[in-house]
Design a protein around this ligand. Structure first.
Ligand SMILES: [Fe+2]
Length: 156
């Protein structure tokens, strides 16, 4: 039995928008692992561990978003094939080594995905699904905080 009291249009908008966020978040999680594994440099241990901590929070976000899709009666789309076609996040480079270069690349993507989550909040709010807005607001706040944690290594 799906939820009651939400317009069909709101549910449709939420499911589509959540699946777009899901694709971006899965891509962001993989980028964070790529950075976590490959990073080298003077700030190695702090940055290596931070990338994994951010990955864990993004993975929690993926789960909450995917389960919200199910709660609304949709199908969560998280396979590698769907994600690679649907993610708007720019592909993460595979040839980066230096710690501060990884910090830059990860920061760009945290900011970028964070911006799209913020836009998604607007779209879903206009559609009238406040429960989904709440899910994405928490996620947006976490992405903002993790951007701060990562970007602060650049000293700006
Ligand atoms: Fe690890």
């Amino acid at each position: 039995m799906p939820v009651k009291g939400l317009k069909d249009n709101a549910i449709k908008t939420s499911i589509e928008t959540l699946n777009a966020c899901l694709a971006d978040l899965v891509a962001l999680g993989l980028a964070l692992k790529q950075a976590h594994w490959n990073v080298k440099g003077r700030n190695f241990i702090g940055i290596h561990e931070l990338f994994d901590a951010v990955y864990a929070r993004v993975a929690d976000g993926v789960d909450v978003v995917a389960e919200r899709v199910q709660i609304l009666g949709g199908a969560a789309l998280g396979t590698v094939e769907v994600v690679s076609g649907a993610a708007k996040m720019k592909a993460y480079p595979t040839n980066v080594v230096e710690d501060l270069k990884h910090v830059e690349e990860v920061s760009k993507r945290l900011a970028d995905v964070g911006e799209r989550v913020r836009k998604s909040i607007e779209v879903i709010s206009e559609a009238g699904d406040e429960g989904t807005v709440d899910v994405l607001v928490g996620l947006s706040r976490q992405l903002d905080k993790d951007l701060w944690f990562v970007e602060s290594h650049l000293g700006k």
